[in-house]
Design a protein around this ligand. Structure first.
Ligand code: ATP
Length: 272
């Protein structure tokens, strides 16, 4: 990868879902969840992706994380077409792209202790022996502002913000290049949101991480994003420097989003 090769490049990415009869009345039909989306993300950069619920943000995230096959288009990582990699290369690449989701209750195994949760990726990718992993567990927790006293706790023994710190510790365990944050702070109250955003920024500086930061409202992405992309009904309708998007938006839809008090997402009812 040379200096100008983007870390991540999404080219004309589309995803169409077939809907069953039940979902769409009597006739079978399809839904274009993502339509011809292209963008680039560079090393050390944060790209915010904002759009209302159903605009296709998570579907893009899933295609980048190789959890969903694109219907057409490609995802390039460090200049390589992910769809064309061998099975082994794909597995290796998966380790370099990690994710933090909105609901740590759903993404953290309730029966695992914090020390096991944060080091499980190292076990899966056979990166370390047991003794080394225990040491790493503590350093990972410390990196996200938790401590020795948290090592043996289960997810339900943490607050919402602490659980998200745990998700972040797990996401950085394999020293990835990119973290996809899909509504990662949406369920948290405003002050906890700010703390988690600050933590993400610190980790970005220390580890040279890139973030794809997905949210349904613009305020959340304002202080973390270098650039912001706006999604509407599966299409990327505007992309620009954060300053430009906030102070000189081109699209009427972006202007409307800026004026809107973002509606509470149905999943945002969890309190800290
Ligand atoms: N597996 C699936 N089968 C059928 N339709 C799907 C599937 N996954 C997503 N969709 C539909 O695709 C569209 C885009 O969904 P997506 O989850 O990507 O949106 P989003 O912008 O992330 O919204 P949210 O913030 O609510 O998660 C929606 O209409 C959704 O119902």
């Amino acid at each position: 990868m040379n200096e100008i090769t983007p870390l991540l490049e999404v080219k004309q990415l589309s995803k169409t879902f077939s809907l069953s009869n039940k979902e769409r009345g009597s006739s079978k039909s399809t839904l274009k969840a993502v339509n011809n989306v292209s963008f680039r993300l560079y090393k050390g950069e944060t790209l915010g992706i904002v759009g209302e619920s159903g605009s296709g943000k998570s579907t893009i995230a899933k295609m980048i994380l190789q959890l969903l096959e694109p219907s057409s288009g490609s995802v390039y990582f460090a200049g390589e077409d992910v769809g064309k990699l061998s099975k082994t290369a794909k597995k290796q690449q998966k380790a370099t792209i990690q994710a933090v989701f909105q609901d740590p209750y759903a993404s953290l195994n309730p029966r695992m202790r914090a020390k096991e949760i944060v080091t499980e990726p190292l076990l899966i990718h056979k990166r370390m022996k047991k003794a080394e992993r225990s040491k790493r567990a503590l350093s990972l927790l410390e990196e996200v502002g938790l401590g020795r006293q948290h090592l043996d706790r289960y997810p339900h023994e943490f607050s919402g913000g602490q659980r998200q710190r745990l998700s972040i510790a797990r996401a950085i365990a394999l020293k990835p290049d990119l973290i996809v944050c899909d509504e990662a702070v949406s369920a948290l109250d405003v002050s906890t949101q700010a703390q988690i955003l600050n933590l993400l920024k610190e980790l970005q500086l220390v580890h040279g991480l890139s973030y794809l930061f997905i949210a349904h409202g613009l305020p959340v992405v304002k202080h973390i994003s270098d650039r912001v992309a706006i999604m509407k009904e599966g299409e990327l309708i505007e992309i620009g420097e954060t300053k430009q998007i906030f102070h000189d938006p081109k699209e009427p839809y972006t202007k409307a989003l800026l004026q809107a008090v973002p509606p509470a997402h149905p999943r945002d009812r969890q309190t800290n």
